[in-house]
Design a protein around this ligand. Structure first.
Ligand SMILES: Cc1cc2nc3c(=O)[nH]c(=O)nc-3n(C[C@H](O)[C@H](O)[C@H](O)COP(=O)(O)OP(=O)(O)OC[C@H]3O[C@@H](n4cnc5c(N)ncnc54)[C@H](O)[C@@H]3O)c2cc1C
Length: 389
């Protein structure tokens, strides 16, 4: 289905423009950066120049001041066109923490430069090797010393760290056994990574199943000016949580884009490939998995739109954001399965792009939150069952 053709879609024009931009970065481009594990610099630059990465930054700070649904449309179209927004999507939702909780000085200093592309805010340092999903058990410590904080510890899966100027970092400022609630005592900082690199900050790339430019980072007495603390000390976990529904809705839109890409590719091929005297798509065994994935995608998309609407009205969209993210990731995976199966052996050939998209789509059942944790959110917060962890 071509969404750009839907008159009711308020972002139809953005979709058309993003699709045009993406046409300049075809399968060959993504295959090459994937093969060489490179950062898609020219693609990210083109997106930045067109203003898409500053879509959510208010106009007073040089951004486009668009609603979350516009950002979702941008990311969906990148994925529907066969690309991967994983190289830059975090900029869209990380900056929300600075926008909502940063000081006037921080907003003035960073947001216009992020909007113009002069500074990249693409690294988000939350996950640690020992604590994983159990975020409040993280061990990175920031200790106040005069006008600075001294940071020691380690993060893992800090994506885009080598290609970002700034990192939003979550660290413990009060030990867990000295706070009333384990969610207290965590603080959020803006780290100038270029200044810190080699001065207490070390970055080590991790090669992964897909090209995600992810890394592990080490802090060894890294100095962060106290002026870079976001909001109040000890309230950082809440600030990060605040942005999570937006992140889930945006990631869901990428999965919807992936599902649409797989479905179109599968449908087209099923009509072209003729065996036993008829197109393979005439066989129900080929048709039904694609049709089922389409139905799953549409259901997830409906939930996503509901979540985006609630978010934009300032309503709590936790239920829709979580369920939308999980169902969209499942739909993308079902569509990927149908697509690879429809293509038979050709589905495994690099030049068809299917195996690459298949690897990329799998991530979203694990990150930024894994399916089990979404299910426990539904069990506890929607259905009122006892907390399971
Ligand atoms: C490519 C990639 C990029 C990433 N980028 C970033 C980034 O930029 N910044 C960042 O901070 N993080 C990032 N992450 C981390 C990501 O958010 C985590 O991998 C994810 O949240 C899961 O955490 P974990 O890997 O530590 O798994 P764990 O927390 O160790 O969980 C392992 C498994 O156990 C299950 N599990 C754990 N606890 C429970 C429970 N109570 N009940 C039921 N099941 C449970 C989980 O669902 C999961 O399947 C990235 C990860 C990857 C792979």
């Amino acid at each position: 289905m071509d969404h750009a053709a839907q008159a009711a879609d308020p972002h139809a024009e953005i979709r058309v423009e993003v699709t045009k931009l993406c046409a300049r970065f075809p399968g060959e481009y993504w295959r090459q950066v994937d093969r060489d594990r490179q950062y898609p610099t020219s693609f990210v630059q083109a997106l930045t120049e067109a203003g898409y990465l500053g879509a959510l930054i208010p106009e007073e700070f040089g951004g486009a001041g668009l609603p979350l649904s516009a950002a979702a449309a941008i990311l969906e179209e990148i994925h529907r066109s066969g690309g991967n927004a994983g190289a830059c999507h975090a900029q869209m939702y990380i900056m929300g923490t600075i926008l909502r909780h940063g000081s006037a000085e921080q907003k003035k200093r960073y947001l216009p430069k992020i909007a113009s592309g002069e500074l990249r805010l693409q690294a988000f340092g939350v996950t640690e090797p020992t604590s994983g999903t159990d975020t409040t058990a993280l061990r990175t410590v920031a200790r106040r010393e005069g006008d600075n904080y001294i940071v020691n510890g380690q993060k893992i899966w800090t994506s885009r760290a080598e290609h970002s100027d700034l990192m939003l970092l979550l660290a413990r400022t009060t030990p867990r056994d000295q706070v009333a609630k384990k969610t207290d005592g965590l603080s959020t900082f803006i780290v100038d990574m270029k200044a810190a690199l080699g001065n207490g900050l070390t970055i080590r790339p991790i090669r992964t199943m897909m090209n995600h430019n992810t890394t592990e980072v080490f802090f060894d007495n890294m100095v962060v000016p106290a002026a870079n603390l976001v909001g109040q000390e000890g309230r950082g976990f809440r600030y990060i949580l605040d942005g999570m529904n937006a992140e889930r809705l945006l990631i869901a839109s990428e999965s919807i884009g992936d599902a649409k890409w797989f479905i179109k590719k599968a449908v087209d091929y099923s009509k072209e490939r003729v065996l036993f005297g008829r197109p393979i798509g005439q066989n129900q065994g080929v048709q039904f998995p694609i049709a089922r994935a389409y139905a799953q995608m549409r259901a997830a998309e409906a939930l996503l739109l509901l979540g985006l609407g609630k978010f934009e009205n300032g309503e709590n969209c936790g239920e829709e954001a979580n369920m939308g993210k999980m169902l969209a990731a499942d739909a993308a995976w079902a569509a990927g399965e149908a697509c690879i199966q429809t293509h038979g052996g050709f589905g495994f050939a690099e030049e068809y792009d299917i195996e690459r998209k298949y690897r990329e789509a799998r991530l979203y059942q694990v990150a930024p939150i894994s399916t089990n944790l979404v299910l426990s959110y539904i069990g506890e917060h929607v259905l009122g069952m006892p907390r399971s962890y």
